[in-house]
Ligand binder design. Structure first.
Ligand SMILES: C[S@@+](CC[C@H](N)C(=O)[O-])C[C@H]1O[C@@H](n2cnc3c(N)ncnc32)[C@H](O)[C@@H]1O
Length: 192
């Protein structure tokens, strides 16, 4: 993928980050496959999209989907992070006509034009402390009823997270074996 840079995660080398993404791409695809037919014209939200890794994954899996990436785009969690590089990645991947970005803080209401069928997220909430519950709430608010939230994260306080998710959704699938250690899980929730 020439000209595409999805960035380097904290505490990893660029090669390790690439390896994590290869694993995560396979894992997300496995969990997404049973949820919707590939030609479904979905509206997808990538919460904490960074440089667009999951935008790329979902755009490939759902060629008729339009995808919105939301991020604060403040350097910190990834040194390469910028909305310019994210847009450049979408152009290099040839998916810029069905992708867009919103510079927003997920702990504030998302205020997108339409509600989403599916929200995805990878490695965003473990550093937000209790504010993550506000962010989860805003994501559920942006989803249509029965919409799915597929979240990969380091669940360090698993009970508290699951208590929250149970209030708004049903856990329908989960993947635990990971390159990122035992705290990292990808879970699929269906909004009530
Ligand atoms: C480790 S990066 C992961 C990026 C991308 N999901 C991936 O897997 O490559 C975490 C991302 O979450 C974003 N983020 C963290 N807190 C956020 C918040 N409150 N609102 C929006 N984005 C946030 C960061 O800016 C960063 O891009």
């Amino acid at each position: 993928m020439r000209g595409v840079d999805f960035g380097t995660y904290h505490h990893t080398t660029p090669a390790e980050s690439r390896q994590i993404r290869e694993w995560a791409e396979r894992a997300f695809c496995r969990l997404l496959r049973p949820l919707y037919p590939s030609r479904a014209p979905l509206k997808i939200l990538d919460a904490g999209c960074g440089l667009g890794f999951l935008i790329y994954v979902t755009a490939k899996r759902f060629p008729e989907a339009s995808i919105t990436g939301v991020d604060v785009f403040r350097r910190g969690s990834m040194r390469e992070l910028s909305i310019r590089q994210a847009v450049k990645n979408m152009k290099s991947l040839g998916i810029d006509t069905r992708t867009s970005f919103l510079k927003r803080d997920l702990t504030k209401p998302i205020k997108a034009d339409a509600q989403f069928d599916l929200a995805v997220s990878n490695l965003v909430f473990h550093n937000l402390g209790k504010k993550r519950f506000k962010a989860y709430g805003n994501i559920f608010d942006a989803l249509k009823p029965k919409g799915h939230f597929v979240i990969g994260n380091l669940f360090q306080q698993d009970k508290a997270d699951m208590n929250y998710f149970r209030k708004r959704s049903t856990l329908i699938d989960e993947l635990r074996e990971s390159e990122l250690g035992s705290n990292y899980k990808i879970r699929v929730f269906r909004k009530r």
